[in-house]
Design a protein. Structure first.
Length: 418
């Protein structure tokens, strides 16, 4: 459980002596990074690396990596403040509760564990809030920028096999500065070639990534986790499809720099099957004319008529306020639970064939449903189109976020004083 917590923790206790010796180690536009902040972050990253069982990098390399991470975080937090992005206490608490639940403990137990290890829980919460803010500002920018057209989806489906499975990969990036000259590019090429040679001779990928990678997941050993192949950048996807587990790519060149990819594992995808239900529906809407109380009286009367043997389709045609299904005798056709909504979907899933529900209420009125039939439907083709849209969007968003982070980092005034 501690291993999981440390993945989120970048703060550590600070002694009174350290507080008096504090100093500025970097200026980032209108904010500063203090030595105490760097040391707290470096200490927690050490805990994270130790939890993985990997050896620690030299202190100077770790400090450099952690400081760059803090600089990029500061720049993103400033952008978030400019556009008014906030994370409430309730959102932070919900995230912390979810982390605790995933570890099979309560939030109180997680707090006790953190404090028993000498960490300040208030700082832990504050760091969680910062992580949530930076993630939100990145995706807010990408979502406002990235668009996917039907034409792009059609072209994607024509050119790509969607069922390519998923891969678990690790990543090393040796970044090339914007506008770099040929000598700088060749120097970076030499670095990545040397790192690959070390890896081929048995060096641990996680250790090398932690020490040398410029990627956003460097301090997590370059672990990108499970990704659908068709959502990877095309440069990575083409390599991943033909790689064997454990294999490391040759240096790959992109606009960001040189990349090394290791295939940790892979798995296949299956045909997309969903449960679908053929449902009859009778609704009494609640509005300014018919109150919820009046609607309940009407629906109970209709329910009694149905129990007395009156035909469902007849009553639906005459009385239902669902204007789409009423002319069809209440027939809603084949629907998945998600399409029916959480309340109705849950009720329909628990009905037997030809069984009728009791009256129930949603935010739009009162309902009675009857289950006519159910089946498992192959929605692979429909799902493929959704996958294509998602794959295109994810590719664009990853590239957009990466470019945007580099851009705002490059535009920021940064004065490193180490």
């Amino acid at each position: 459980m501690k291993k999981f917590i440390y993945l989120f923790l970048i703060v550590a206790p600070l002694s009174h002596a350290d507080q008096f010796l504090d100093e500025i180690v970097a200026v980032v536009d209108d904010s500063v990074i203090m030595r105490s902040e760097l040391e707290r972050s470096a200490e927690s990253i050490k805990k994270q690396i130790e939890a993985t069982g990997n050896p620690l990098p030299p202190s100077d390399i770790l400090d450099k990596q952690v400081l760059e991470k803090l600089i990029v975080q500061k720049v993103q937090l400033q952008r978030a403040e400019q556009v008014g992005i906030r994370i409430s206490d309730a959102e932070v608490d919900a995230t912390l509760t979810n982390i605790a639940r995933q570890n099979g403990i309560t939030l109180a137990q997680m707090r006790a564990t953190i404090e028993a290890d000498g960490f300040n829980f208030s700082d832990f919460r504050d760091d969680m809030r910062k992580d949530m803010i930076t993630e939100r500002v990145r995706y807010a920018y990408a979502n406002s920028t990235v668009k996917v057209s039907d034409h792009e989806i059609d072209l994607f489906l024509a050119d790509n096999e969607l069922d390519q499975g998923e891969v678990n990969i690790q990543h090393i990036l040796i970044a090339i500065p914007n506008g770099a000259d040929e000598a700088t590019i060749e120097a970076k090429r030499a670095v990545v070639s040397d790192l690959r040679q070390q890896l081929l001779q048995g060096a641990d990928f996680s250790v090398i990534a932690t020490q040398y990678s410029d990627g956003q997941k460097a301090l997590e050993g370059g672990r990108l986790g499970w990704r659908p192949v068709n959502q990877l950048p095309p440069l990575f996807a083409e390599e991943a499809k033909s790689m064997e587990i454990g294999e490391i790519t040759r240096p790959l060149r992109s606009a960001s720099g040189f990349h090394l990819i290791k295939l940790v594992d892979k798995r296949d995808k299956t045909t997309k099957m969903v449960d679908q239900y053929k449902v009859q529906h009778l609704m009494v809407a609640s509005d300014e004319i018919v109150s919820a109380k009046d609607g309940m009286k009407i629906i109970n009367d209709l329910y009694q008529q149905l129990q007395d043997g009156v035909d469902f389709a007849t009553l639906a045609e005459e009385h239902s306020d669902d204007f789409n299904s009423a002319p069809l005798g209440g027939d809603m056709g084949w629907r998945s639970p998600e399409e029916l909504g959480p309340r109705m979907g849950n009720i329909v899933e628990n009905l037997e064939l030809n069984e009728m529900s009791s009256p129930f209420q949603t935010d739009i009125g009162w309902h009675i449903v009857k289950l006519l039939d159910k089946k498992q439907a192959d929605v692979t083709e429909e799902f493929k189109r959704q996958q294509a849209e998602q794959a295109i969007r994810q590719r664009k968003m990853q590239q957009t976020i990466e470019s945007w982070v580099r851009e705002i980092r490059g535009d920021a005034f940064v004065d490193i004083r180490l």
